[in-house]
Every structure is written in structure tokens, then in C-alpha cells.
Design a protein around this ligand. Structure first.
Ligand SMILES: [Zn+2]
Length: 125
């Protein structure tokens, strides 16, 4: 077995300094004797991330983790929003379109489209 097998989830040089690599660097102890503790995080999008830490105390486990799928901050409780101030939540183009358009405008746009459709149907040729 390759020595690094299974440790790929640990981010080297993470901002918190936590994680197996940081722990090993700080303690000088071999990872072979360390209990590995997977910690679950959920981002606002519902992605689940499970980085593996060395045998940390509760206080040493980071309260948040960057989601590797969408880059948002994941918290240790599902549905808990942990966000840096100034960060815009991820929105698709469609979300922005939906926001700009009120239900009345949407209905009007649909009505216009239907009228256009009927006109094409009844038009000769
Ligand atoms: Zn995510």
C-alpha cells in the first residue's frame, strides 16, 4: 500500500492549519499511530464533505470547511449557513432572471408568447 493512500482528502497548507498534514508537521509524530477522525461538513448547497483529521479535540476541529464542489463555506451542521461577510451566495443565471421577473411580468410574457403563437398559426402560408 502506498503510504499516501487515503490521505488525499486532507488539504495541505489549509488556512486553519488543522488536518493531518498540519498536525503531523506540528507534532512530529507519525501518522501511522494516529486515529483518523472523519468530520462531516455540509455547504449551503447541501454538498457533503468529509475531510479526515488526526485525533483532534472538539476545539481543534474547524467549524467550517470550504466545499470542494462549489467553493462555499460548509458548516458542521446540515443546513447551517456559515458565510464570510461580503460573500455573495452562488446563484445561477436563471436565478437572477427569476428574481428580476415578478409573477405578473412572467404571466404577461407568457401571454405575449401565446398570442404570437396563435398569430403564426392563423397566418396564411
Ligand atoms: Zn457545495
Amino acid at each position: 500500500m502506498h503510504p499516501s493512500h487515503g490521505l488525499r482528502a486532507v488539504r495541505v497548507g489549509s488556512v486553519t492549519g488543522a488536518g493531518l498534514a498540519g498536525w503531523q508537521a506540528n507534532s512530529g509524530r507519525s501518522l501511522d499511530f494516529v486515529r483518523k477522525v472523519p468530520v462531516r461538513y455540509w455547504c449551503p448547497q447541501g454538498h457533503e464533505t468529509v475531510p479526515v483529521f488526526a485525533d483532534l479535540t472538539e476545539a481543534e476541529i474547524p467549524q467550517s470547511w470550504d466545499c470542494p464542489k462549489c467553493g462555499q463555506t460548509a458548516g458542521r451542521e446540515r443546513g447551517l449557513l456559515v458565510q464570510h461577510s461580503g460573500d455573495e451566495p452562488f446563484k445561477s443565471h436563471l436565478d437572477y432572471v427569476k428574481e428580476r421577473r415578478t409573477p405578473a411580468e412572467a404571466a404577461e410574457a407568457l401571454d405575449r408568447a401565446l398570442t404570437e403563437l396563435r398569430r403564426h398559426r392563423t397566418a396564411p402560408g
